[in-house]
Design a protein around this ligand. Structure first.
Ligand SMILES: [Zn+2]
Length: 213
């Protein structure tokens, strides 16, 4: 009797210990689960996460369409006003202007700065001269490539006033020639154009860079 009671008690104690060990094991397993899932080497979800982040990064770098706001030209590049003088014709649609030399387009794809003939014209930013020649109705013209697809174009320059040649590197403020009225022009002025693939309005483009036209 006493043996069987003793036996029965020891069995109960053994069962209790087994249950405790199982319960402890389950508890440990549950407790460990988040740690295992959070480990990138063992969790497929965690491995996939960086690929999604990389796509987001590339979208951030793409930027909005060209309006001059965040154009990718060197952020540290200096910018200068090409000539003194008031804006005499803004960028955008305008009536056709005809002179003995021909007629202008219905869209003005640059901005006119009224300045006396003979006034020095400065490169607006560092770059390389890609053209210095006569361009018909646009007169004597210099084109500067600033890299990253950005160009500045200077029209109606004085005949024989070029101070730069094709291939030459220029700094912001390098004098490239003089204001004139060659081509279709009714007075002395600089027609400044800025092209980032398409022509854009130089006024907001340069305003964003601290240059007021
Ligand atoms: Zn113009």
């Amino acid at each position: 009797m006493s043996d069987s009671v003793t036996h029965s008690r020891s069995e109960k104690i053994t069962r209790f210990r087994r249950r405790s060990i199982i319960a402890l094991g389950v508890a440990l397993a549950v407790a460990m689960t988040p740690l295992v899932l959070a480990n990138p080497r063992t969790s497929p979800a965690a491995v996939a996460a960086p690929a999604v982040a990389a796509v987001d990064d590339s979208q951030l770098n793409a930027g909005p369409p060209s309006r001059g706001g965040n154009y990718m030209h060197d952020a540290d590049a200096p910018w200068v006003r090409p000539v003194p003088g008031k804006v005499t014709s803004v960028f955008g649609p305008r009536p056709v202007i005809c002179t003995p030399a021909g007629c202008s387009n219905t869209t003005h794809d640059g901005i006119d700065l009224g300045s006396p003939c003979g006034t020095d014209i400065k490169a607006i930013s560092p770059g390389r001269v890609t053209s210095a020649s006569n361009a018909g109705s646009f007169g004597e013209r210099v084109i500067i490539d600033h890299g990253s697809g950005l160009e500045s174009i200077y029209g109606h320059m004085q005949t024989g006033s070029y101070r730069v040649s094709v291939g030459q590197l220029v700094k912001a403020g390098t004098i490239i020639g003089k204001v004139g009225m060659t081509g279709v022009a009714t007075g002395c002025h600089l027609d400044l154009k800025i092209r980032t693939g398409a022509y854009i309005d130089p006024k907001p483009f340069l305003a964003f860079r601290g240059v007021t036209l």
